[in-house]
Design a protein around this ligand. Structure first.
Ligand SMILES: [Zn+2]
Length: 362
């Protein structure tokens, strides 16, 4: 599986070419505008929108509007990125209660008031799910329910993105998104191959929950999910539920394991090997369940777990996979830089290991 460290380096240099082909810009880009071979849409000076032909908004049966691919989209391709129409710093989140809506209503209204008339109309055209109290109210507020029904976490903030809001929910979505804090944009990318004409889906909720739990969470959006994961036959649905529970548990179990110290004791080495094996199992079930929202995290876990047993080829390969995902959103984010450093460091350790082996033979 892992032939040589130079293969990984070749992959790294190819990556920028792949990324560069995945976006187009509304003005020609001189080569000097590329920063370290990173596509220039990540720089502040350019406003690129992705290929205009890659997606379209139209009616989706039983779901109102939806976003559809106008041609086949390869995994890892950036579909579009979008700045929020409204972005707020919410008051403190309280477990089991959520964000205190009364506190944020004023923030939303102030941000809305500052918008242009066109932007206001765009926001007000989004659909909303109303609570029974809101439905019964004679002076029903439209803005807060629209925000609540369509907003996404954006780092420490919450943002409303009119275009992303048109993408319908799926519990095994074919797109995922990452927040670029530097540019203040969400980057939506294909998490698996999407066929021409296929509807794009994105997750509105955390996905490491059973079908029943997801249904309850989706109540706040006012629909019953009929996605491929929710439409499975009972046996398959039970298996999917079990995988999601196992993945959630694994994230907890790995929490205290993610340091780069290589254990020296026999028992420590044995435990580290068990964790490396468990990380492969985690990768397997997340990929089986096709939960691409979690790929970057599990590849990081597998990379560090393999570094702890000095399995450098696997460590480098997994680090590179995680790096490739974070790089799509922002070449300068903390996560991207961490995974770039880990990839380089694991390749170096791998080269040292090969050199030492060669010297021992001489
Ligand atoms: Zn579903």
């Amino acid at each position: 599986m892992f032939s040589s460290s130079s293969l990984l380096l070749a992959q790294l240099s190819l990556l920028s070419a792949v990324l560069a082909s995945s976006v187009t810009c509304n003005s020609p880009i001189p080569s000097s505008q590329y920063l370290h071979d990173i596509p220039s849409w990540q720089s502040q000076n350019f406003s690129c929108t992705g290929s205009p032909a890659i997606h379209t908004i139209r009616n989706s049966l039983g779901k109102g509007l939806g976003v559809f691919a106008t041609r086949a989209i390869e995994p890892g391709m950036v579909i579009f990125h979008e700045a929020p129409a409204i972005l707020i710093h919410p008051p403190e989140f309280r477990d089991g209660v959520g964000y205190p809506l009364s506190g944020i209503a004023q923030l939303i209204q102030s941000a809305f008031d500052a918008l242009s008339a066109d932007r206001k109309a765009e926001v007000m055209s989004l659909t909303a799910h109303y609570t029974s109290a809101e439905k019964a109210s004679p002076n029903r507020d439209e803005l807060v329910p629209i925000f609540r029904s369509n907003a996404y976490n954006s780092g420490q903030q919450i943002g409303l993105y009119p275009k992303i809001a048109r993408i319908n929910h799926g519990c095994r979505p074919n797109t995922s998104y990452l927040w670029n804090a530097r540019l203040g944009k969400q980057v939506v990318y294909a998490s698996r191959r999407i066929e021409e004409g296929e509807e794009l889906s994105i997750s509105y909720i955390p996905l490491l929950h059973t079908h029943e739990e997801r249904e309850k969470r989706l109540d706040q959006y006012g629909f019953k999910c009929t996605c491929e994961a929710c439409a499975l036959e009972k046996d398959e649905k039970d298996a999917s539920d079990q995988r999601r529970k196992d993945i959630r548990q694994a994230f907890t179990d790995f929490n205290s394991h993610l340091t780069l110290t290589v254990p020296q004791s026999k028992s420590g080495k044995k435990r580290a090997q068990e964790k490396a094996d468990a990380s492969l199992q985690l990768v397997k079930i997340v990929e089986e369940e096709e939960l691409a929202d979690y790929y970057a995290q599990i590849y990081r876990i597998a990379a560090i777990s393999h570094a702890k047993v000095e399995a450098w080829p696997a460590a480098a390969q997994f680090a590179l996979k995680s790096y490739q995902i974070y790089l799509m959103a922002d070449e300068q984010s903390e996560q991207t830089i961490e995974m770039q450093m880990l990839t380089s460091s694991f390749i170096e350790s791998w080269n040292n290991h090969l050199r030492n082996k060669a010297m021992q033979k001489d």
